[in-house]
Design a protein around this ligand. Structure first.
Ligand SMILES: NC(=O)C1=CN([C@@H]2O[C@H](COP(=O)(O)OP(=O)(O)OC[C@H]3O[C@@H](n4cnc5c(N)ncnc54)[C@H](OP(=O)(O)O)[C@@H]3O)[C@@H](O)[C@H]2O)C=CC1
Ligand SMILES: O=C(O)[C@@H]1CCC=N1
Length: 266
């Protein structure tokens, strides 16, 4: 099978690595580029994967997945560019970095795909979107899709939607964890033991997510089913509206979208 290199084995790089292995990708087909010796030893012990220099990984691999921070992208591309060749596929998982940014820094003819995954990929419930660059054919896009599909669902989107995707599903798990954390804390304020509050909130979120996915019913309808006339839910939702939670979500996601747009220029 073709070799895939993962450059940048932090939170998301390790999530991709472990997902590919769970999906049955032979470890011999994977390479990791990691500059810190201690981290390299940890990854080899944990997964049995070969850890090599970025240059060596770029030389050997057919597909190079780049999972460094956007701010480290320019240096990494300058480092590996001498080893990249036309026909090779670069998949960038970095927020905000456009395919044009990468294409301008690699040899002509290198295919580039921009991907935006999220951390639920760690439990094979990821949501990723992919967008092709200008030298990318269907085979390249299908390869990027199969890479991301190892850990969950994948959508193909036009690149102009990627900053919004990043604001919704890329950063999205953090908003959900923030809501969960807030609800647990509220339970504690209401006098529940922390463990009880945590159990109640986590299962409520899992159950609600499962209902959304399995029934396909619109969230407004599901919310109305919970909201008995003159009851407890109506009282709570009124407070959420008074505190402008809906407007806060809109402002938050606009801020994430704007931050994503700014990252290519830094
Ligand atoms: N975390 C998330 O939920 C998501 C992250 N992403 C994207 O994934 C990318 C990585 O994010 P995340 O995993 O959170 O960040 P991390 O900081 O956890 O991981 C980045 C990794 O890249 C390594 N690195 C930096 N420079 C190089 C280099 N030249 N060669 C090899 N490795 C290098 C870092 O090593 P060291 O620590 O030694 O510097 C670190 O291990 C970002 O671009 C982010 O936008 C996308 C979607 C979701
Ligand atoms: O916060 C970030 O910039 C990255 C991209 C999406 C999720 N985490």
């Amino acid at each position: 099978m073709a070799q895939t290199a993962i450059l940048g084995a932090g939170v998301m790089g390790e999530t991709l690595l472990s997902g590919l292995l769970r999906a049955g990708r032979p470890v011999a087909d994977l390479l990791v580029g990691e500059k810190r010796g201690e981290r390299a030893r940890e990854l080899t012990e944990r997964y049995g994967v070969a850890v090599v220099s970025n240059l060596e990984a770029a030389r050997q691999a057919d597909t190079v997945a780049i999972v460094v921070k956007p701010q480290d992208m320019a240096d990494l591309l300058a480092e590996i560019s001498p080893e990249l060749r036309p026909g090779q596929l670069v998949v960038s998982l970095a927020a905000g970095i456009t395919t044009a940014y990468i294409e301008a820094r690699v040899p002509a003819g290198v295919a580039v795909v921009r991907a935006m995954p999220n951390t639920p990929a760690l439990v094979d419930e990821g949501m990723a979107a992919i967008a092709p660059g200008s030298h990318c054919d269907d085979v390249h896009l299908a390869e990027a899709e199969s890479l991301m599909a190892s850990t969950g669902r994948v959508l193909r989107v036009p690149e102009k939607q990627m900053d919004a995707v990043t604001a919704i599903s890329g950063s999205g798990p953090a908003y959900i964890f923030f809501v969960v954390e807030s609800m647990i804390e509220a339970g504690v304020h209401l006098g529940l033991p922390r463990a009880t509050s945590t159990d109640l909130v986590v299962q409520t979120v899992v159950g609600s997510a499962k209902m959304l996915r399995e029934t396909g019913t619109h969230p407004v309808v599901l919310r109305e089913q919970v909201t008995s006339p003159g009851g407890t839910t109506a009282a709570a939702l009124r407070e959420l509206e008074i505190h402008k939670v809906r407007a806060a979500f809109l402002a938050a996601m606009e801020a994430a979208r704007d931050r994503s747009q700014a990252l290519s220029g830094e």
